[in-house]
Design a binder for this molecule. Structure first.
Ligand code: SF4
Ligand code: SF4
Length: 206
């Protein structure tokens, strides 16, 4: 729970990101504005993660192939779903893409937000080797996701120990970028990953 000073600092960070991104993308066509906004967001998230790793505090316990967190519900914006679809269409076989799409259809029509982390099946983009099959295009929610304890993740604990500064910096980036795009008339409502993916897929085929 943040105190008033922390809330004010957070809000100021969101507005700084919003104005910085808006200055860059406002004059651009929508597709280019989305691309630049995504780039800014993902570069910013990589930076805050690096800073957390280099800080004196306990670093995140995350490593490649560790995938308990990929059983959590993931929220995705349209600009992110668009990038995921672009990546899959470019890098996956038609058969793998079709299988994933069918899994996403099934999940989208049967996804209960009340499912606990332990009950939830893995993300439709997770591979059998426990690695993300769209890692380079993974959404901000996944880039932000971390834990200071793998044991806590393996036990699917509701409250994970996390780096608060990393979380707040990441949230400020995500909020500021969304607001900047919305200022340009490009609404960015979040949806669950399967629903957002299917919607972006249909738009790409239209
Ligand atoms: S959040 Fe947890 S499960 Fe996910 S990579 Fe980090 S330690 Fe592993
Ligand atoms: S998009 Fe990738 S990183 Fe994110 S939950 Fe799915 S498999 Fe995991």
């Amino acid at each position: 729970m943040l105190n008033k000073e922390e809330r004010d600092q957070f809000e100021a960070s969101v507005q700084r990101v919003r104005q910085a991104v808006l200055r860059r993308v406002a004059p651009l066509p929508r597709a280019e504005a989305r691309r630049i906004s995504r780039e800014q967001l993902y570069q910013g998230l990589a930076l805050v993660f690096d800073q957390a790793l280099q800080a004196d505090t306990l670093p995140p316990a995350c490593e490649s192939g560790c995938s308990a967190c990929c059983h959590q519900a993931v929220s995705v914006t349209p600009m992110e779903a668009e990038a995921l679809v672009g990546f899959i269409r470019m890098h996956w076989s038609a058969e793998a893409a079709q299988q994933m799409r069918q899994a996403a259809e099934a999940r989208a029509s049967n996804d209960s937000p009340s499912l606990s982390w332990a009950e939830r099946p893995p993300c439709v983009l997770l591979g059998e080797d426990h690695r993300c099959r769209a890692y380079e295009a993974r959404p901000a929610a996944c880039r932000k996701c971390h834990s200071l304890s793998r044991v806590a993740c393996d036990a699917r604990e509701d409250e994970l120990p996390q780096n608060l500064k990393l979380l707040m910096d990441a949230e400020a980036l995500m909020g500021g970028v969304r607001l900047a795009l919305e200022d340009c008339g490009d609404e960015q409502p979040v949806q669950t990953l399967p629903k957002a993916l299917l919607k972006a897929w249909r738009a790409a085929e239209a």
